[in-house]
Design a protein around this ligand. Structure first.
Ligand code: MN
Ligand code: MN
Length: 311
């Protein structure tokens, strides 16, 4: 059985055909996959600008130009692994808590197969039900979290579940191994000068954006690998970790963010870790008429495929 492959630009023009991620077949039984790409079109957990419900569709649309071979790292994920787009979770857009349960149930069913989930969001709320499901198999995970925000609020407007709370819930529920968590790119304005301290009190390493300015993150990732290795690792990449100049299509932009190159260095720096799942969240294409944000997201997801175990 040959591996599912992206449809080439000489078989069907890249602007034609049904928009799956990277023009994959989109028809493979998850039982026959190593990696399941999943869309979660949810944005009712957002606190500011909505629109991430259109993230998966936007990413698929902009992913059509991404080719299968990584010319820098020489990785060939589609040769090494059986990867396909398995479609979207049928969230209930009228009910956030029901949607969270639906996402967990969807991943429970998917992960009954031996697959690594690679998720296109959706707002960051979705990482909580994904981790609830995934850790039933893996136990607590280490985390590489790229974001402008720590997403560790206790509540938002009194609610325990929202896109700014998932990592506090994940710690409370024992889904994370807090000594193996690194948050990269957090910045901007807060409510109090100790906003990031709860993370540090849990044992997280918090790398503020200013520590990343004007330099390669390859040396940082050596330290990150050291810290998060020794067990399963999840990679959660909020596109707003990058600067609005390269990723304006998002709900909660913050100035002074990471470059697209630094984003790639972070992902490439995860090679060798036991990556058990990853996501790219908070892409809201409506705020970016160029399509650049979804295009960047598609390529970052491709870079994630290149660092999965077995590639
Ligand atoms: Mn986030
Ligand atoms: Mn964010």
């Amino acid at each position: 059985m040959s591996n599912p492959q992206p449809l080439g630009g000489n078989a069907m023009p890249r602007f034609g055909g049904i928009a799956t991620f990277m023009r994959l077949p989109g028809t493979t039984d998850p039982a026959d996959l190593d990696v399941a790409i999943v869309g979660v079109p949810l944005d009712i957990g957002t606190s500011w600008r909505p629109g991430a419900r259109f993230g998966p569709r936007g990413i698929r649309s902009e992913s059509v130009m991404t080719r299968p071979y990584n010319m820098a790292t020489k990785d060939a994920p589609f040769d090494a692994l059986r990867i396909d787009d398995t479609g979207d979770v049928a969230i209930n857009t009228f009910n956030l808590l029901d949607s969270v349960d639906r996402i967990e149930a969807h991943y429970d069913e998917l992960l009954a197969n031996d697959v690594i989930p690679v998720t296109m969001g959706g707002d960051h709320t979705i990482v909580l039900p994904i981790l609830r499901s995934l850790t039933k198999k893996t136990g607590p995970v280490g985390l590489v979290h790229v974001d402008a925000h720590t997403d560790i609020n206790d509540t938002m407007f009194g609610e325990k579940i929202a896109h700014g709370t998932p990592f506090r819930r994940a710690v409370e529920e024992g889904l994370l191994d807090p000594d193996r968590v690194v948050q990269i790119g957090v910045r901007a304005t807060g409510y109090a000068d100790d906003d990031f301290e709860w993370s540090r009190e849990q044992g997280f390493r918090v790398v503020q954006a200013e520590e990343c300015w004007h330099k390669s993150l390859t040396p940082l990732m050596e330290e990150v690998r050291e810290q998060v290795s020794g067990g399963p690792v999840y990679l959660s990449f909020d596109i707003d970790g990058l600067d609005p100049s390269v990723a304006q299509g998002t709900g909660t932009p913050e100035i002074g963010g990471l470059t697209s190159i630094q984003g790639m260095e972070i992902i490439r720096g995860c090679k060798g870790l036991d990556v058990v799942g990853c996501d790219l969240v908070e892409v809201a294409p409506v705020y970016d008429t160029s399509g650049n944000t979804a295009h960047l997201a598609a390529n970052l997801l491709y870079e994630m495929l290149c660092v999965l175990p077995g590639v």
